[in-house]
Design a protein around this ligand. Sequence first.
Ligand code: HEM
Length: 458
Amino acid sequence: MAEKGSSIPGPRPSRIIGNLKQICPKAHITWTEWCQRYGPVCRVNLGPMGDSILLGNIDVLRRAFEESPEIFSGRFVLPIVKKDGAVGTMTWENDAVYDQRRQLLSTVMKQVDLDKLAQNEAIAVCDVLSEKGDTSSDLVYRLIEEANLSMISTFCFRREQRCPYDDPKFKELKNRVTKMNHKLKNLMGEKANLFPVLWAPFYKDFRKKRKNLRCLVSKELDAHKENLDSSNIRDLIDGYLGKADGIEFPENDCPWHIMNLMGSTITLKNAIQWIILLITKHPEIQTKVQEEVSSVFVDRAPTTDDVDKLPYTNATIYETLRIACPAAQVVPHMTQKDVNFDGFDVKSGTVVFGNIWGLHHDKNHWEEPEKFNPDRFLDSNGQLDIDKESFVPFGLGKRRCPGETYAKKAMFMFVTNIYQRYGFEAVDGETLPDVDEGVINVGLHNPPPYKLKIVPRN
Ligand code: HEM
């Protein structure tokens, strides 16, 4: 711990832009180096937004997010989000309204059949793969994207009916979500976000795209009103209209909440894309996964009831979350009170970053952290053991990912269904990308696009 009152160590900032230039494009790598050089509590200057702190090991992250949630669980609302009104978005809300919105989401998640949701989509992906054979080599990558959107739209507003990927309604939704996310990425991922004077050209277009999506969601809201049964909540819109668990929010907030969730589930899409990429890069691991899946699901489709019977497959999923780290950083937090943390004085309103990537590659906790090795998540009896000190793919504390249970089910269903029927190989003459070729986008670590050859199993 530093001597009380000492100033927080960190890289020397430049005038006006502070440390912003040094951070991009791969903040998670730079931050890991800074935390090694300056210590696990490190100062990063965000130019016009002043000093922030970066937390870089499991000990400080736990003490901040788990042990002092009243101080460290505030959300830093990006200026662009604030300008737009953060209402209905949960991720960008604080205080009581945040707690209630989160409770509402959790209630709806308990009522919706998440197993079935994931199972239907995993089967749909496999069916499309079998229709197309191995002709379209980037099909897998695209299908996972579509499956993810289909799952979240079923959860939000399609009640129990999923929409086929080639349905015009689904295509329209995909088109609008993709356009909006693209604009959002430009706005939030860029340093322009920290210099409000630069917003104007991006912002106008973003609003237009978002309005398009909102119109579509509003139509779904109207359709739901016609046959609402508040004793049977089947999706998020039902939850809003039917006041699930007695929690009441204006229905006007619902489209924002849905748009926020559609953005949040990109992490799940990334995770599944990473899993398939990394398994394909390691054929011996693919064989082990396929054999385990086939030994448990001999003549039936996978279900989540048997999740405990597939330790190796699960270990492969968790090792992917560790090494590829789809959420490389937590969504920025903000202190809600002045505090002395680790000997440093930190003011209320300070932005706090948590570098999950650094934790998952910390040599003090992981042997050969750069090696993809699912065995590290198995105990000496070959059983799954994910209770690892420096492993927090879903974050920790009050802001921990609310989609964790759902994401785990979905990853399991996708991997088991797909590897029961298929394997993959690199396309002849092409090299599959490595983890360090991942692309950072608004704190998320996306795999670069890749192509695979689909190999049906006998
Ligand atoms: C493998 C998939 C996923 C991973 C690794 C992941 C990881 C994370 C992480 C690290 C955070 C930040 C926690 C923090 O700021 O302290 C987060 C937040 C969040 N995630 Fe996920 N997530 C995944 C999937 C999902 C899904 C499927 C959903 C939606 C159903 C979702 C919804 C959210 C929301 C709404 C937040 C903001 C929570 C808040 O502000 O309190 N995530 N996630």
